[in-house]
Design a protein around this ligand. Structure first.
Ligand code: ADP
Ligand code: SF4
Length: 669
């Protein structure tokens, strides 16, 4: 299909200082959990983005000097000349597809605790360093500031030698340069106090970086358009004054905000183009090109923001992770094939846990080098085998689509009246509606595959499966929530679990309505307990959330949601009982027990929702395993996230009739 001419504007080149971006699609710096530890994985992954049409592809934050490391979160680094070669691999991969390569030079200052280098962290003042880490910075004196500028220039020159086209001065988030910009910088020398003084370090770094590498490299500044506040009423006054002052100095402004949970907020809390109101003034105070993000997956939204002069370049991290080929798809009139980011932030959990990036929508993310997986191409089938898949959740659907694309004849049987499994159910819960995109994209792909058939309302049993006589049978029947309370805290059933008022998340999603006072017992610690508490409270019920953890939905610190979830539940008036386990369930009340002291008290409860752990639905698998060629995937194999199910289904499809290395099924760096 030809490109819709209204999108032509997105494919116009953009001059950025001495370099020209071939189009407006700009992959902003984003962390990957790979950094300096996995340079080949990184280079190949970034190269795939350039191949997919992103006209500019940047690295993650790149430490300029050992006086700032962010371990255990792996950043890139340009500490000395030895670091050049590994980043040059990324540059080469990106250049191979005609895109520009950008590097985000970084010094964390008080934002990092330096547990790897063991150097005393640096800051504008002696202040707490890291997050909750028990260390403080050393206040920088004038010679430290001179050193910092020297290191920054040395790293910029190394970046130039590596071949980068865009070099960043990173003045955003809670890192060193921004620590100088903030009103809390009360230094009494010319680098603190007045707004002009606080901006002095940034001004000097921009000027000196341009002087050093500006002949071939554009100098970009990453900058926060706000100093915090409610999402659509952020305090932008000082940032605005600063851009008014420095606006013409860099070649590009890369605009973000103070608060990560807003800037890269999950779809549960922040809509597409969520930063628009906060940053739309930037282009009125600078003539330089502006890039910003907003989980843009809709070409129309991209178009509107460019047309309205809010941005010049369409910035993306997550949309480019979920679909590295968005630009190419728009260019070829295939907008309907865009695999839209669902805004779950599983991709961010890689960095947060010091492990390589993964994506719910794109199972090939992070596997480009080590498994040779490509997001758009999959090898043709290795035989004429037929495949029967039982279960049309994310695992079964992904397997069906990927096998279908390989050319296998696939039949999929689904018990329910609709496909999507847990995704179609969970996406009905408050704030999770965009998760339905996991199903929608796969249904759309399946519709284009004449070799994939599916049957709804088809509960198949062992004998029916045998009747299909498929060469391969895949059991993707998912998992069900346990009713007995066994989970992370309880190894044995909770007394009273079999009472009539006990429900599971499956019951809630099937439409069962509780009455009176509801206790949600969350020993799962991801989103489901918090989201069910939110749902019932919004429906007007009295809700108590009990969890053995010290905060609600504690794993969501990795998705940058925990603070917002707890804030929302508290504002809604949900009673939060943290550090408490559920000791027993009685008639009309439950007994909860402090996990520290063992002290107990009773809480009124006419219903209890057990969000603790899940049981794989693997009976069919066990009934068939000794009789036919059968495999289980997804939650049926091991209950996990939607991302693990999609990956599991994709992996099955890739590995059918393929040679898979043993014992390690991937390449290592
Ligand atoms: P996963 O995340 O592994 O894909 P889900 O629980 O989301 O797991 O999906 C499993 C799907 O399997 C559900 O849609 C469920 O209705 C379906 N299913 C379970 N048992 C059967 C069966 N015996 N026959 C057909 N479909 C089944
Ligand atoms: Fe989007 Fe989730 Fe993929 Fe991240 S993991 S890119 S948020 S779909």
């Amino acid at each position: 299909m030809p490109r819709d001419p209204r999108f032509d504007i997105l494919f116009e080149p953009v001059q950025i200082g001495p370099v020209t971006a071939p189009n407006r699609f700009y992959q902003v710096p984003h962390c990957t959990g790979m950094g300096y530890r996995r340079p080949k994985s990184l280079a190949t992954m970034r190269g795939v983005k350039a191949e997919g049409g992103w006209g500019t592809v940047c690295t993650e934050y790149c430490s300029i000097h050992p006086s700032s490391d962010d371990e255990p979160f792996p950043s890139a680094s340009l500490w000395d000349d030895e670091d050049i070669a590994s980043l040059a691999m990324t540059v080469d991969e990106v250049h191979a597809h005609g895109a520009l390569a950008g590097v985000e030079l970084w010094h964390g200052g008080a934002g990092s605790a330096n547990f790897y280098s063991r150097e005393a962290p640096l800051g504008p003042a002696s202040q707490p360093a890291g997050v909750w880490d028990p260390v403080q910075t050393r206040a920088m004196d004038k010679s430290d500031i001179r050193d910092l500028k020297r290191w920054h220039l040395a790293a910029a020159k190394r970046a130039q030698r590596a071949g980068f086209d865009i070099v960043y001065v990173y003045a955003a988030h809670w890192y060193l340069i921004r620590q100088f910009l903030l009103p809390s910088n009360r230094r009494t020398d010319e680098y603190g106090g007045s707004l002009e003084n606080r901006a002095r370090l940034l001004r000097e770094l921009i000027e000196e970086t341009k002087e050093a590498v500006g002949d071939t490299c554009a100098v970009a500044v990453r900058f926060s358009a706000s100093n915090g506040g409610p999402d659509n009423d952020q305090d932008t006054s000082e940032p605005r004054e600063m851009i008014e002052m420095l606006g013409e100095l860099p070649d590009l402004w890369d605009i973000v905000v103070h608060d990560y949970s807003y800037e890269m907020g999950t779809s549960r809390f922040v809509p597409e183009a969520g930063l628009e109101q906060t940053m739309s003034w930037v282009k009125t105070v600078t003539s330089k090109p502006v890039v910003s993000v907003g989980r843009f997956t809709s070409p129309d939204t991209m178009l509107r923001l460019v047309r309205q002069g809010v941005i010049d370049l369409v910035g993306a991290a997550r949309p480019s992770i979920a679909d590295p080929f968005i630009p190419q798809k728009i260019s070829e009139g295939r907008e309907d094939e865009i695999r839209e980011c669902i805004g779950c932030n599983i991709c961010y959990t890689g960095d947060q846990t010091g492990t390589p990036i993964r994506c719910t929508q794109n199972p090939t993310m992070g596997e480009e080098w080590r498994k040779g997986w490509h997001p758009e191409f999959i090898p043709p089938k290795g035989s004429d085998s037929t495949v029967l898949i039982v279960g049309g959740g994310p695992a079964g659907l992904e397997a069906a689509v990927a096998l279908g694309k390989r050319g296998y004849d696939v039949m999929l049987a689904e018990a329910r009246r609709e496909l999507g499994g847990r995704v179609s159910l969970e996406s009905q819960l408050p704030g999770l509606n965009q998760w339905a995109r996991v199903t929608e994209w796969r249904l759309n792909q399946m519709a284009k595959l004449s070799n994939v058939e599916y049957y709804l309302e088809s509960v198949v049993d062992e004998e029916q499966i045998l009747e299909f006589s498929a060469d391969h049978v895949v059991i993707a029947t998912g998992a069900t929530w346990r009713r007995d309370g066994i989970g992370r805290w309880h190894e044995d059933p909770i007394p009273g679990w079999d009472g009539s008022g006990v429900m599971t998340p499956d019951d809630v999603m099937a439409g069962m309505v509780p009455s009176g006072h509801v206790v949600v017992y969350d020993d799962d610690h991801y989103y489901i307990g918090g989201v069910i508490a939110e749902k019932f409270r919004k429906e007007g019920l009295d809700v108590t959330l009990v969890t053995p953890a010290n905060e609600v939905s504690t794993w969501t610190t990795h998705t940058e949601e925990q603070y917002r979830i707890q804030q929302r539940l508290l504002s809604l008036g949900v009673d939060l009982q943290t550090g408490m386990s559920l000791a027993s369930i009685g008639e009309g009340s439950v007994t909860v027990e402090c996990v520290f002291t063992g002290r107990t008290h009773d809480v009124a409860a006419s219903n209890v929702v057990m969000a603790t752990s899940r049981k794989p639905q693997d009976d069919l698998y066990h009934a068939l395993v000794d009789r036919i060629n059968v495999t289980r995937i997804g939650d049926c194999l091991a209950p996990g996230t939607i991302a693990t199910s999609v990956y599991s289904g994709h992996r099955y499809a890739r590995e059918l009739d393929a040679d898979v290395p043993v014992p390690v099924p991937f390449r290592r760096e």
